[in-house]
Design a protein around this ligand. Structure first.
Ligand SMILES: Cc1cc2nc3c(=O)[nH]c(=O)nc-3n(C[C@H](O)[C@H](O)[C@H](O)COP(=O)(O)OP(=O)(O)OC[C@H]3O[C@@H](n4cnc5c(N)ncnc54)[C@H](O)[C@@H]3O)c2cc1C
Length: 597
């Protein structure tokens, strides 16, 4: 099984695990066109002109400030990049709207408000609303005149969202649904005009509703006092015999879960994009600081300890970016394919996002953890100043933490990753069995030492192929051994998810480096190869550890020993001097005074 090829093949969701990927067909951030670059610059200019200068006022939740910023963003088209023109949007593709999320990602609480407004606040109506609902709400949401929010979570139903207690009952005259209950942690809740709210009709039919501010019986609580994103409005919503007109039912009765889960797929990828944008900014600020702060009569960026941190920040950013846009392009292509086959626009993007739901879950986990790593080391580079509110990095540190919690906690997304892969396999959509059997056979055979032919990038390609074999071996054995018990063995599932997330990202980075090298030549891509080789070397150890932990939990005796040997073989990489590579990467960051890839 070779995993990197020159052939053109559109991969379906999860297929990267068992199929070859074409480097030249892989979308990489260097492929953005002129217009996309312009839109990204616009986002940066918006943050520089409108957001960063008043960030402290935003964090104090100054009344009217966030809504007015959203309106300004709306005037510039930043709230409706990919909405159809018929509803006041710019009609751009999915990659462009992802780029806007990245571009505004360094906006702290503002980026949270934008993401909630344009994502969970608007998409449920855009994708599940009737024509009348879309005509009424979307143009005003697209322009920012109205602000959107989304009420799913309740005090006793968070991860287990479908156990919500809020009820809806048809009024005697059949004109209204009467909502009773409570929602919590609602972003933009303090100022939104339009809310997508979920309630159970007659106590069991989970259904979406469009609720407007000012509807009888609908009130909002006080602002929560939070650890971070202090400028993001977060309140509880109360429904006391709240009268919602029947024409405000969103989607089909009893099908609220379809809305909730589908919107989450897109939200997860967009969260990865926003986290990437925030992490790039935090990295830039930290590199600038390290270049100017002197200790022992020299800039602290001279020290190996600091170089290691800066280089690792850049490595994770580059890898994160590679994984994000690879999947975003798959979704964008699938959306176009569905549109061309005659599907309406709403079903097209939703269908595309559902196809790549596994990737969306992995991206969410990865991006949020890259951001956490970057801001944590960013504070460390800043020393005592990193602990001061005077410095942006301390705000970034506090603001980062929420990303591992909302849009599905990282535990839930890891569990979902493996669950969705196995379900796809059971439905016959993903043939895991054939390659898993081949790996088992290979385990019994003498290792293949190769033909000695020097194919380009052969070594790195082989590593990725082997990482996939490691996943197939561990996951295959777990399924065989644990069968129906597997879903209860969460630690094993989390280990397998970690192996998959590492491998997907390592492969994405490798494909990008190969494509870039073909475009720019080897001399111009030495830093990129340092990134890829360092990442793969470290990923091999992490994959090995995760695999071992999983195997030790359910196998024993000779079988366990044989799989340990297999795992060692599949995660074996030649020695690579990662210290020297990180120093070279850091020297580029120092010379560029920032992350300029
Ligand atoms: C600032 C902020 C903004 C938010 N914005 C919104 C919003 O706009 N709209 C909205 O509807 N919601 C919003 N949320 C809610 C958010 O989506 C939930 O907090 C999140 O889904 C987790 O739910 P919970 O807080 O009830 O935690 P719980 O579900 O109680 O989870 C607690 C811990 O248990 C783990 N856990 C739970 N179930 C399992 C399981 N089956 N297996 C393994 N581990 C498990 C979790 O991973 C977590 O570590 C927001 C939350 C915050 C803090």
């Amino acid at each position: 099984m070779s995993t990197v090829t020159n052939e053109t093949k559109a991969l379906k969701g999860g297929e990267w695990l068992i199929k070859e990927s074409n480097a030249f067909e892989t979308f990489i951030p260097e492929d953005f066109d002129e217009e996309q670059r312009m839109i990204k610059d616009m986002c940066l200019q918006f943050l520089q002109a409108e957001v960063w200068p008043i960030i402290d006022r935003i964090d104090k939740l100054e009344p009217g400030l966030m809504p007015s910023l959203l309106e300004k963003a709306g005037e510039q088209g930043l709230l409706s990049t990919s909405f159809p023109e018929a509803y006041g949007g710019l009609g751009k593709d999915f990659i462009t709207s992802t780029l806007v999320n990245e571009g505004l990602g360094a906006g702290h609480s503002f980026s949270v408000a934008v993401a909630a407004h344009t994502g969970i606040g608007t998409l449920p109506i855009l994708y599940f609303g009737t024509e009348a609902q879309k005509q009424k709400y979307i143009p005003k949401l697209a322009s920012g005149e109205w602000k959107g929010a989304y009420g799913l979570t309740e005090p006793n139903s968070g991860s287990d969202a479908l156990s919500a207690k809020t009820t809806a009952k048809l009024s005697d005259d059949g004109k209204y649904y009467i909502l009773n209950g409570q929602k919590c942690w609602i972003t933009n809740g303090g100022f939104a005009d339009v809310y997508t709210v979920f309630a159970k009709i007659d106590g069991d039919k989970f259904t979406g509703f469009i609720v407007e501010r000012g509807m009888e019986g609908f009130t909002q609580g006080a602002e929560e006092h939070k650890m971070g994103i202090k400028g993001s409005s977060t309140v509880q919503l109360y429904f006391q015999d709240c009268k919602v007109p029947v024409e405000n039912v969103l989607g089909d009765i009893g099908k609220g879960h379809v809305i909730a889960f589908n919107i989450l797929n897109i939200g997860r990828l967009k969260l990865d994009a926003a986290a990437l944008g925030g992490a790039k900014h935090a990295t830039n600020v930290s590199i600038e600081y390290a270049n100017t702060r002197e200790q022992f009569k020299q800039p602290i960026s001279n020290f190996g300890a600091i170089k290691h941190k800066m280089a690792e920040m850049a490595i994770r950013l580059w890898v994160c970016e590679s994984g994000l846009y690879r999947s975003a392009k798959w979704i964008s292509d699938k959306e176009h394919e569905l549109l061309e086959s005659g599907k309406p626009f709403n079903e097209s993007l939703l269908g595309a996002a559902e196809e790549y739901a596994i990737e969306c879950a992995m991206l969410k986990v990865y991006g949020s953890e890259v951001l956490d790593y970057v801001v944590d080391e960013g504070v460390q580079i800043h020393g005592g100043n990193g602990f001061s509110d005077e410095y942006m990095i301390s705000k970034a540190y506090r603001d980062s933490r929420i990303n591992r919690i909302y849009e599905g906690t990282n535990e839930i997304n890891r569990l979902l990753t493996v669950d969705m892969v196995l379900k796809r396999a059971m439905k016959g959509k993903l043939d895991l069995m054939t390659p898993a059997m081949a790996v088992q056979k290979e385990l019994m055979s003498i290792p293949d030492f190769g033909s000695g032919e020097e194919e380009a990038y052969a070594k790195e390609k082989k590593y990725i192929t082997n990482f996939k074999k490691a996943i197939l071996m561990v996951a295959g054995a777990a399924v065989q051994k644990l069968m129906m018990q597997l879903e209860k063995e969460q630690e094993v599932l989390l280990n397998i998810a970690n192996m998959a997330i590492e491998t997907y990202h390592a492969e994405s980075a490798l494909l990008r480096a190969i494509k870039l090298t073909e475009q720019k030549g080897e001399a111009a891509t030495t830093a990129e190869w340092d990134i890829v080789r360092t990442y793969i070397t470290d990923a091999a150890d992490r994959i090995n550890k995760a695999g071992k932990d999983a195997l030790n939990a359910f196998a024993d005796g000779d079988e366990l020993r044989m799989m340990h040997i297999g795992l060692k073989r599949f995660t074996k990489v030649e020695p690579f001097n990662t210290i020297a590579a990180r120093r070279r990467i850091a020297n580029k960051l120092i010379a560029d005074n920032g992350y300029r890839f």
